[in-house]
Design a binder for this molecule. Structure first.
Ligand SMILES: [Zn+2]
Length: 191
């Protein structure tokens, strides 16, 4: 029996079965590509296998399903009426894992952006993507500051603490008044 699918069709079929190239992700990827951003997808070499990685911007993007990742206050995050305890625990674990992965990436010097699936619905999509573009440009400019240089110069330093303090000093010296969360972004749309 000959295989009726072309190689590419089969690849797409398998990709959809594996849960990759899901629609919300494709919205962001197509848009980024159209705006001239270049990126890699499903990057296994980084914590949490980020959905989209823009190396030039040192930014990892996660596109989260509102249910599985527990989007607080979102109308798409409704716990099932049966087995509620099971689902609560499961989603809480997912949330904790997401936070830990973002923290790991931050320690590695990566910015992270979370886009929720509900923020890519037709009515709010344009706004979300405009905000994403703004964040990426802001991040690129922030990266031009020499604030990470001190970390690289301490490669034989016995304690990381000293290097971290040096970075803080460098940042202060350049008039940067960012808070601790400056490497993590969540796009806030009205839900
Ligand atoms: Zn949501």
């Amino acid at each position: 029996m000959p295989d009726k699918l072309t190689c590419e069709q089969r690849h797409r079929c398998m990709a959809s079965i594996r849960g990759k190239d899901t629609k919300p992700e494709m919205i962001v990827r197509r848009w980024l590509h159209g705006r001239g951003f270049r990126y890699r997808v499903n990057v296994k070499g980084l914590p949490g296998t980020p959905d989209i990685v823009l190396r030039k911007y040192r930014t990892a993007i996660f596109i989260h399903g509102c249910f599985w990742h527990g989007h607080e206050g979102c109308r798409y995050f409704v716990l099932p009426k049966s087995n509620t305890g099971f689902w609560t625990a499961k989603i809480e674990r997912n949330r904790e894992r997401d936070l830990e992965r973002r923290a790991q990436l931050k320690r590695m010097g990566w910015h992270t952006i979370v886009i929720w699936e509900c923020q890519l619905k037709p009515k709010v999509k344009e706004r979300t993507l405009a905000e994403l573009e703004h964040l990426l440009h802001k991040t690129y400019i922030d990266n031009l500051r020499p604030r990470k240089a001190a970390v690289y110069s301490f490669d034989t330093e016995p304690t990381l603490r000293a290097a971290e303090e040096q970075v803080e000093y460098e940042r202060a010296a350049y008039g940067c008044n960012d808070n601790d969360n400056d490497d993590e972004f969540t796009i806030h749309n009205p839900i």
